[in-house]
Design a protein around this ligand. Structure first.
Ligand code: MBD
Ligand code: FE
Length: 309
């Protein structure tokens, strides 16, 4: 592009000054990222001939996104949270780490500080008439050795696809628990089957998805942070087999190795043994953790998260 304004001396000067490159004050890392970000924005404006009206429409959009607290929703919707997972996978692969349960995105709906239980827990408060679910499994290292005292921090949506805290009609920490594995690495819980999530239909995330000709749906899924001293924190989810959005997840979180089957139990004997009067679902799923290694940064992510009062 011979007539590119971007490549002229004055614009290079401008971008240098904008990012504080002519001064020793400030933060080097921030300068580097801002210079690149502002440069790329200017390039987009020139290359795509973005009009001032289009540009300010985008600024107004970002303002709406912040006001609606939907950055955490748009980021997975644009595949960026999954891209970050792919990078972490690559870094681990290069360091020779392999064999653990695959990671997948945290998403925006975690709430810290859920009640802690030993070995087993009931996650639902009894008010949701969704299908009863029993889930159980083990936490092991990559060689299959059980890890006792691991924490399985689990959260999922109710039978309407809504998460407690963000849905004020649910009780505090409904469908959220931390479960400590027993000496054989086992955890188990009773809950109700989650159904898939849909972006708020009138929110800014869905507004952009509409302009992209996309839906904002997720398959039914259950989130987990699995942690134990000396092991790399695992952030993951299981996605339920058979869901119509299993391979159409707007957040790109479904991965091979993370698809679980909820097996429906209709046998009267089994129903009775569980103290129930209707069919229920069972999921078995084991988690395998990689050991912490000095050569690879830890997987703990510091980000703003909700904390129930
Ligand atoms: C969810 O429940 C979720 O897990 C993600 C990633 C985005 C929106 C809602
Ligand atoms: Fe979710």
């Amino acid at each position: 592009m011979s007539d590119s304004l971007f490549n002229t001396g004055p614009v290079k000067d401008l971008l240098g000054k904008v990012s504080g490159l002519d001064s020793t004050a400030g933060n080097e890392r921030v300068k580097k990222v801002v210079q690149r970000a502002v440069s790329d924005i200017c390039r987009i404006i020139e290359d795509l001939d973005v009009s001032p009206t289009e540009f300010w429409t985008a600024m107004s959009y970002l303002t709406q996104l912040g006001k609606a607290n939907e950055y955490g929703l748009l980021v997975p919707g644009l595949g960026i949270e999954h891209f970050i997972d792919l990078r972490l996978d690559e870094i681990e692969r290069k360091a020779g780490l392999q064999g653990g349960t695959p990671r997948t995105i945290e998403g925006p709906l975690y709430v810290a500080g859920a009640p802690l239980a030993k070995g087993e827990a009931r996650l639902d408060d009894g008010t949701d008439h969704g299908e009863v679910l029993f889930m159980e499994g083990k936490v092991t290292d990559t060689a299959g050795k059980p890890i006792g005292g691991a924490i399985v921090d689990v959260w999922h949506a109710n039978s309407l696809g809504n998460y407690s805290f963000f849905d004020p009609t649910q009780s505090a920490y409904n469908l959220r628990r931390r479960i400590e594995t027993d000496s054989e690495g086992r955890y188990r819980f009773r809950s109700i089957l989650a159904v898939g999530y849909g972006c708020p239909p009138d929110g800014p995330t869905q507004k952009l998805l509409n302009l992209l000709g996309r839906h904002g749906k997720r398959p039914a899924h259950i989130h987990f942070f699995v942690s134990a001293p000396g092991y790399r924190l695992l952030t993951t989810q299981i996605n339920l087999a058979g869901d119509e959005y299993l391979y159409e997840d707007f957040a790109f979180a479904t991965r091979e190795g993370l698809i679980a089957e909820a097996v429906r139990r209709t046998d009267p004997q089994m129903i009775k043994a569980r103290g129930l009067d209707r069919p229920f679902a069972e999921i078995k799923f084991d988690f395998s953790l990689n050991k912490s290694v000095e050569s690879v940064p830890e997987t703990v992510v510091i980000r703003e998260r909700a904390k129930a009062a």
